[in-house]
Design a protein around this ligand. Sequence first.
Ligand code: TRP
Length: 323
Amino acid sequence: MTMHAQTAHRHALDFADAAFAHDVVAGLSGKPKRLSPKYFYDETGSQLFEQITQLPEYYPTRCELSILQRHAADIARLIPADAAMIEFGSGSTRKARMLLEAAPAITAYVPVDISSEMLMQEARELKRDFPRLAVCPVEADFTGPFRLPRAVASRPRLGFFPGSTIGNFEPHDAAAFLRHAASMLGGGSTLIIGIDLVKDAKVLNAAYDDAAGVTARFNLNLLARINRELNASFDLESFSHQAFYNTERRRIEMHLASCKRQRVRVAGRSFDFRAGETIHTENSYKYTRESFGAMARGSGWTPVAAWSDLQGYFSVQALAHQD
Ligand code: TRP
């Protein structure tokens, strides 16, 4: 790195720290208190998340993989020749690989992610395993506009948004994301998207509050990160993980509950907690085929196919966007 690049890098970090501090202070000043789930994914958080996907209670990843495995050929039939696949928030490329293997029509792959380390690492491995594929990673927040690489310009486009990540958006933000994806991908494009379905509350509650306590550690790690990066005084022993299905709103809510009355210092300020008061950290919305289809139709997309696992827990849908 040159001196100049180093300075620029340091400034970018300062800027990220300042944004983190600002968001945390604003969130803890709110009523109710909340924190943004985008800060879950530091190194420890990403590792814990990977563990969550392997938990016996956490069915979404297993279900989605089984759907992609079983129906890869059906999905491949919807993909035009010489297509570019754009994956929103790629992380691990495990799911993308299943489509790439089934659909040689995909000749370019554009993983989009804010975390550059994993993005570049995965891109290198993918290039090695698919030597004929043009791999063009984009480091960006996929919820905002970003520049598509040149390799995509002349190709028909396929969007890929697995993992029920859309369920972590508020419904109006989910609809806004679908409109944004439609405008980025353009007329004639297809979007393959993973949706977690409404189901028995017992199954849902277990998936987000596992017996081994991995999801609890994942949630609490947010406080550990704030302690470390923002000089805060959260006592991790006196906050507990809370996750429950809110039937009316069709969402899992994750909270961190204060076990007692206490005061916590963060970035030079103090925040008071009542006993039992919670910080709301994330939602995971569940849809029915119908409720998701209605939202898609209202956001520029037409559902063209949907596949499910044998238990009907999870759904992979193909949506088409005309001009
Ligand atoms: N989008 C997935 C879900 O809602 C994965 C996920 C995001 C998740 N944040 C999480 C899983 C927090 C468990 C806990 O299920």
